[in-house]
Design a protein around this ligand. Structure first.
Ligand code: SAM
Length: 246
């Protein structure tokens, strides 16, 4: 058994070596990539599309703005940003399988670029993008503080970052229903559709280990973001956190 100390980290409810976490995360997304979008639609009843639209509405893309979508996976946020009037979008993701699914899905979209890179070490210059986003990514990242620093670094002064993540449901009854659905049903659907029950067990557990709304706001402020605000969606099941580089 691995003990909790500074060399270790949560992987869902398990504790693993920090140096192993990224490999385990990559395995999860390697195995679900081809069914990732379908699983999102089934397990959220399609509501993940509304949450992503809410992110884009709050971001309010302009023709003068270029987006870095970090841990962008199969590219939904980047696509929505472009359709809403943004100038260009650059998806960064550590997983090639996820990128390939996205590239195929959005092959006709112009001004969309893809780079295989870790959020902890973005291979771009400082002060480059007007906007940055991360949707359901931060929870999976080993060194979250480092990746938030990286996002801050690549934003231009005056730039804005919005993060969409699962968070804490406020209503007790809704939380019980949601817990039942996510712990008992989601892994079974994951097994049937992707053949990987453990991947969806991890994803569900990782939500419960993630910092709550107030803690995440503090993490934003700690790396230098100003005017940090958050909005709960679906009773806090997910939240949007916004911060500015001023
Ligand atoms: C739950 S998916 C979210 C995908 C997409 N943003 C969305 O909202 O549908 C999480 C993504 O984070 C990526 N990821 C995990 N660790 C990462 C890291 N260190 N750097 C960049 N991407 C990472 C995974 O490869 C995966 O594509």
């Amino acid at each position: 058994m691995i003990n909790k100390n500074e060399d270790n980290i949560d992987f869902g409810y398990k504790v693993v070596k920090k140096t192993d976490k990224q490999k385990l995360i990559n395995k999860v997304f390697d195995s679900v990539a081809s069914k990732y979008d379908l699983m999102n639609d089934i397990t959220s009843f399609g509501i993940h599309r509304n949450w992503k639209n809410d992110l884009i509405n709050w971001l309010s893309p302009q023709q003068t703005q270029n987006l870095a979508d970090i841990a962008g996976g199969t590219g939904d946020i980047a696509q929505k940003f472009l359709l809403a009037g943004g100038n260009s979008a650059h998806v960064f993701d550590i997983n090639n399988e996820m990128i390939q699914v996205g590239q195929e899905k959005y092959k006709n979209l112009k001004n969309l670029k893809w780079t295989n890179a870790s959020a902890e070490n973005l291979p771009v210059d400082d002060n480059l993008f007007e906007r940055a986003t991360m949707s359901f990514g931060l929870r999976n990242i080993t060194n979250r503080k480092k990746s938030l620093h990286e996002i801050f670094r690549i934003l231009k002064p005056g730039g804005r970052f919005i993060c969409l993540e699962f968070n804490r449901v406020e209503n007790d009854i809704f939380r019980r229903l949601y817990d039942f659905w996510s712990f008992n049903i989601v892994p079974e659907i994951g097994e049937k559709i992707t053949g990987n029950k453990e991947a969806y067990t991890y994803l569900v557990e990782s939500i419960r280990k993630f910092p709550n709304q107030a803690e995440l706001s503090l993490m934003f402020a700690d790396v230098g973001f100003s005017r940090v605000k958050y909005r709960n969606l679906s009773n806090g099941l997910v939240s949007l956190h916004s911060g500015w580089k001023l």
